[in-house]
Write a protein that binds this ligand. Structure first.
Ligand code: 0O2
Length: 232
């Protein structure tokens, strides 16, 4: 007997998706393409930046497609009927890209350069670095729409991009454990400790940025030139 791929086996177990398995897989494929498109654009900027400044603006880039169970859970939690149209319209995080930078300033440089590209449309921007969440969470979130070219023509699909520093990412992964841990007796104490760490991390990120400027000099004119390369 032919062995089923894990995603297909997963889908077939979910009653709500049984009638729309094929369109659902088509939808995931479209988001996968959109996500790869955004990741490629960011990787290209990373290559160019490395050539100009001899350092990489990001250390790591990760992509993830939301799991079918998480898609279903979110649709139900928000009270939407489980249809492909509703998923496309209501969910902005089916495709996710996470970019981990060493320095805060690189986050903004990369985000600006990406948004300057004429095939990228900004749908939403949440700056949790300038306006951290009460628990201390810091990251820059963008939701962008990007074209995907398939045999049927051009489609526009949304991708959520999270930019954060290495230190913010370290913090967020521990905080993530807390978010999903139920029945913790000392949850409030842990949350307060995490908040303290988030503030300390923010101070360290700023100090590291200052030190970099002292070492390399404030090369703002150079950066401006980088973002205006086409006009030069
Ligand atoms: P998971 O498990 O990481 O996927 P949305 O649900 O995205 O439509 P929301 O919550 O207003 O609406 O969006 P926001 O604030 O942009 O957050 C989206 C994602 O950012 C979350 O996805 C997390 O990945 C991350 N995030 C936001 N706040 C926190 C936080 O306080 N701590 C940590 N560790 N991550 C955070 P999910 O789907 O909620 O979670």
């Amino acid at each position: 007997m032919e062995k089923k791929k894990p995603l297909q086996a997963d889908l077939e177990q979910m009653e709500e998706l049984q009638n729309i398995t094929q369109p659902f897989m088509q939808m995931l494929m479209e988001y996968q393409c959109a996500m790869e498109e955004v990741a490629t654009k960011l990787k290209n900027l990373n290559e160019e930046f490395a050539l100009l400044y001899n350092r990489n603006p990001f250390e790591t880039i990760k992509t993830r497609l939301k799991r079918p169970t998480s898609i279903l859970e979110k649709m139900k939690r928000r009270g939407f009927a489980v249809t492909i149209d509703n998923m496309r319209r209501e969910l902005t995080d089916i495709a996710g890209v996470r970019v981990i930078c060493s320095f805060q300033e690189d986050i903004y440089t990369l985000a600006d350069l990406l948004l300057e590209q004429d095939d990228i449309r900004l749908i939403q921007k949440k700056d949790y670095i300038k306006n951290p969440k009460p628990n201390g969470y810091r990251s820059l979130h963008l939701i962008v729409e990007v074209p995907v070219f398939l045999s049927s023509g051009k489609l526009l699909r949304k991708v959520e991009i999270q930019f954060r520093t290495i230190a913010m990412d370290f913090w967020a992964s521990l905080d993530h454990k807390l978010r999903y841990k139920k029945d913790l007796q000392n949850g409030e104490v842990i949350a307060a400790q995490l908040k303290e760490c988030a503030d300390a991390i923010s101070g360290i990120d700023e100090k590291m940025q200052d030190i970099l400027i002292q070492i390399e000099g404030d090369d703002e004119p150079k950066r401006k030139r980088f973002s205006n390369l086409e006009e030069e």
